[in-house]
Design a protein around this ligand. Structure first.
Ligand code: IMP
Length: 411
């Protein structure tokens, strides 16, 4: 079984916990887009470790964790993560990097920040990790790929060209990178990641031939997609399930299932349209109860009610086969519970569902959920025309109601 897992909203849907649940069932876990704009906190023996690049499968003992060609890779961030993992006793020899993934350089981070500044009152609200400028160089056919970065000669030539092409735009910056600066930064990183560099598509093709399971781990969410999102307030990669094919190097026929993750309400970090956004106390209450602060940047997330037209569209854009609804417990106590079911003149039209007061944290069976909670889920299923196969009822890994075999068999 080969599965793509994606977010159906604006990121932060709680994908990490579901990846953790699924990863042990697959031999390979692959990141296929984005970079360290993503964030996933793992808890090992009660201690926290934040992963931004390493696929979450790293904690399953036998999983091969691949950073695919579609990812943009900041080598400094990866090397730091590897050091953290090593310190925790996790064997990093299972981490493989595509030789044709593109590399985020200090110049890209600088460009990201300086462009945001130049947008003045209308920033995108990027994570300032250099994601956009790196993808720009990739599409502009002047980027630095991992295979260039680990080759001492090619790397220098690329640096010289990049410094020249970015010089004018960065001329007013306080830090002006020289070849020497960049080389001092790059050399030890290149030496560290060289042994991990592989033709990752080849590894995956062999896995497909042997019928070993592959989990494609998406980052961000559907409406941050460069094509299908709320442009220009988007990230610079395709985040939808189809990107797993181009970003990992497998054909569409390799994919058997698409797990889509949506939160029971909505959040967004950064700028851009958000029709069901709550600006007052209710939004604040959701933010506090849901701990809605960015894992990567710490920024408070904007909060609002679930938007069914968006959810339906996301299911179509991704070809979702398994819909997961996370953080239902955060909605306990809100009564009535508005659900945006349509739009009229661009304004959300709400249906009001009766709320529930019972604590649902940790509930693991459908029967034990309060009636109104079940009705809320059933209404979502009817409107979205998609059964909900996982219901999140709390922060712990075990806090969920599972309703599909994908969660209990070895793929
Ligand atoms: P960038 O990906 O850093 O260029 O940021 C572009 C937009 O995507 C901004 O609104 C970010 O807040 C948002 N974004 C990027 N990565 C994530 C994520 O992992 N979760 C939520 N939002 C994200």
């Amino acid at each position: 079984m080969n599965t793509v897992l994606v977010g159906l909203q604006w990121g932060d849907e709680g994908k990490g916990k579901i990846v953790d649940l699924l990863a042990p069932k697959y031999r390979h876990v692959v990141r296929f887009q984005g970079g360290n704009n993503a964030g996933h906190t793992l808890v090992i023996d009660g201690r926290k470790i934040a992963l931004h690049l390493t696929p979450s499968g790293i904690l399953s003992e036998n999983a091969i964790c691949i950073i695919g060609n579609g990812v943009v890779l900041d080598p400094a961030v990866l090397v730091e993560e590897l050091a953290d993992l090593e310190a925790w006793g996790v064997d990093d020899s299972r981490v493989k990097i595509s030789d044709i993934a593109h590399v985020i350089l200090p110049l890209h981070r600088q460009l990201d920040s300086s462009r945001e500044k130049k947008r003045g009152d209308d920033p995108i609200g990027t994570t300032k990790r250099g994601i956009g400028p790196t993808y720009e160089d990739k599409i502009g056919r002047r980027g630095m790929r991992v295979c260039d970065f680990i080759d001492d000669e090619k790397r220098k030539t690329k640096f010289i060209n990049l410094i020249e092409s970015k010089g004018l735009e960065l001329q007013d910056e306080e830090t002006r990178y020289t070849l020497e600066d960049l080389e001092t930064w790059a050399k030890p990183l290149a030496d560290r990641i060289r042994p991990m560099t592989v033709d990752s598509a080849e590894i995956l093709h062999k896995a497909l031939d042997k019928d070993e399971g592959i989990l494609f781990e998406g980052a961000q969410g559907t409406f941050l997609d460069i094509d299908h999102g709320s442009y220009p307030y988007v990230t610079s990669s395709n985040t939808v399930a189809g990107a797993a094919c181009t970003g990992a190097g497998v054909g569409p026929t390799a994919i058997d299932s698409v797990v889509g993750v949506a939160k029971a309400y909505l959040t967004r970090v950064g700028a851009g349209p958000f029709p069901t956004e709550l600006h007052g106390d209710t939004g604040e209450e959701i933010r506090t109860k849901g701990g809605e602060f960015g894992a990567t940047t710490g920024r408070p997330r904007r909060c609002g009610w679930l938007d069914i037209p968006l959810l339906k569209k996301a299911c179509k854009l991704n070809g979702v086969t398994h819909l997961c609804l996370t953080k239902l417990d955060v909605l306990t106590g809100f009564d009535p519970l508005p659900l945006c079911v349509a739009y009229e003149n661009d304004q959300p039209v709400y249906e009001y569902m009766p709320g529930w007061k019972e604590d649902i944290v940790g509930i693991q069976s459908w029967e034990k959920l309060p009636e109104n909670c079940k009705s809320y889920i059933e209404r979502i299923e009817a409107l979205a025309k998609q059964p909900v196969v996982l219901i999140g009822t709390g922060a712990d890994r075990k806090h969920q109601v599972l309703r599909a075999t994908i969660f209990n068999k070895t793929n």
